[in-house]
Design a protein. Structure first.
Length: 411
């Protein structure tokens, strides 16, 4: 056991100035170390496991004489209990550092999740939707919170203000929060059940979305009015009008048409092959082109240096508002997407084509995964006849109050 030195008082300690180790008494092995530079610090010299160890207790005068003696007594008590105070302090510092490394805010986790998964999303618009909803609704409430501290009340504070007024947005936002927190759990940044999960959890806290929000359908033109509309559309000038006409003839999505390139189109075989990366379902889609669609394409001017079928006047693809602008100039209160509903209604009510043929024409998923696994074809021959019938139907103006019948409606 270290020999106790004469116990010095605060004033005597203050007067020490010679560089070296000065025993200050009060606790065996407690020294004030004075460096040649003038720096001063407390050191406890003790035998730990049969080996002499020097343990720093802080600088003087930040740590007072009384504070140094208290720390030295606690360290000696640990030694008496068989604990190395130096290793114990190192392990606690390491644990604190590791814990601090796991403190990740929700905003940082969200950005990391988007960065990790963004490349697998179909288009930049999907990523933008994630970022916009999180920025508008989640970050102001929980963005600065550590993901490990987020609980049900925090999630509800984000969702409840918009659950009844912006139900679809709120529903998507809940799913995004759930995925971000799930990512954080898998990375070890949080533990326990996901507070944003729906089944048997938030479904007990919030009303079912389908009970409080009516589906918002895209405004569509009755199929009986298509002949007159197409006559007006074909008289309208501009690339936007031609793109809208092609969109209707093919029952495609606006983005698929605006991004169409000439290498995708085989005019000889009358097939438009859209690559999977441009499709909502992520799979290649073949579109049979009716004679009217082929004639439209052959009449289009080509822009030098561009492969786009429907380029903007200054190059690049048409904007997502170009086709809408055509409808507004025509004073027709429908949406571009609504023409897909018009086509679907026509196929169901005025033809005998199989439901699956119409769904495939719209590039919708058919049935469940089991059915999809067994269905290898894409009903292309049936769809070729169907799209030709559709083009003939919308190209005929019906007398007032009469719907033009299509005779060739065999399956």
């Amino acid at each position: 056991m270290a020999r106790k030195a004469k116990e010095l008082g605060p004033l005597a300690v203050q007067r020490l100035s010679e560089p070296g180790m000065h025993a200050v008494g009060g606790v065996a092995g407690l020294y004030l170390q004075i460096l040649p530079s003038g720096g001063r610090s407390w050191v406890l010299r003790a035998s730990v496991g049969g080996r002499r160890r020097d343990m720093g207790l802080g600088g003087f005068p930040d740590v007072t004489l009384a504070g140094a003696r208290d720390a030295a007594r606690r360290a000696r008590a640990m030694i008496d209990d068989g604990v190395d105070p130096i290793e114990d302090r190192r392990s606690r510092k390491a644990a604190l550092k590791a814990s601090a490394a796991k403190i990740v805010t929700f905003k940082d986790a969200a950005k990391a999740y988007i960065e990790a998964h963004g490349d697998s999303w179909r288009n930049a618009k999907h990523r933008q939707q994630w970022e916009n909803t999180l920025e508008a609704y989640a970050y102001p409430k929980i963005g600065a919170l550590s993901v490990r501290d987020i609980e049900v009340a925090h999630v509800l504070s984000v969702l409840e203000p918009i659950w009844k007024t912006r139900t679809e947005t709120a529903t998507r936002l809940r799913g995004r929060i759930e995925r971000i927190l799930g990512w954080a759990t898998s990375r070890g940044y949080r533990e326990g059940l996901n507070p944003a999960r729906w089944r048997d959890h938030l479904d007990q806290q919030l009303a079912a979305p389908r009970r409080i929000a009516k589906a918002q359908h895209h405004a569509a033109l009755p199929f009986g009015d298509m002949g007159g509309f197409m006559q007006r559309l074909r008289a309208a000038p501009g690339m936007g009008a031609r793109a809208l006409e092609f969109t209707i003839l093919t029952a495609a999505r606006s983005g698929e048409v605006r991004g169409a390139t000439w290498p995708e189109i085989d005019l000889e075989r009358a097939i438009w092959t859209i690559p999977g990366e441009r499709m909502k379902m992520g799979r290649e889609h073949r579109v049979p082109l009716s004679p009217e669609a082929v004639a439209l394409l052959k009449a289009l001017p080509r822009m030098a240096g561009s492969n786009l079928v429907f380029p903007a006047p200054r190059g690049g693809p048409l904007s997502d508002m170009t086709l809408t602008a055509v409808l507004r100039r025509m004073a027709v209160p429908v949406t571009v997407h609504g023409f897909r509903s018009t086509f679907r209604d026509w196929a169901a009510e005025r033809t005998n084509y199989p439901r699956d043929a119409a769904e495939m024409a719209l590039a919708h998923a058919i049935g469940d995964k089991v059915e999809a696994a067994y269905r290898r074809g894409d009903l292309f021959d049936k769809r070729t006849r169907m799209m030709a019938d559709w083009a003939r139907f919308i190209g005929t103006v019906a007398p007032a109050g009469q719907v033009v019948a299509i005779g060739r409606t065999r399956a």
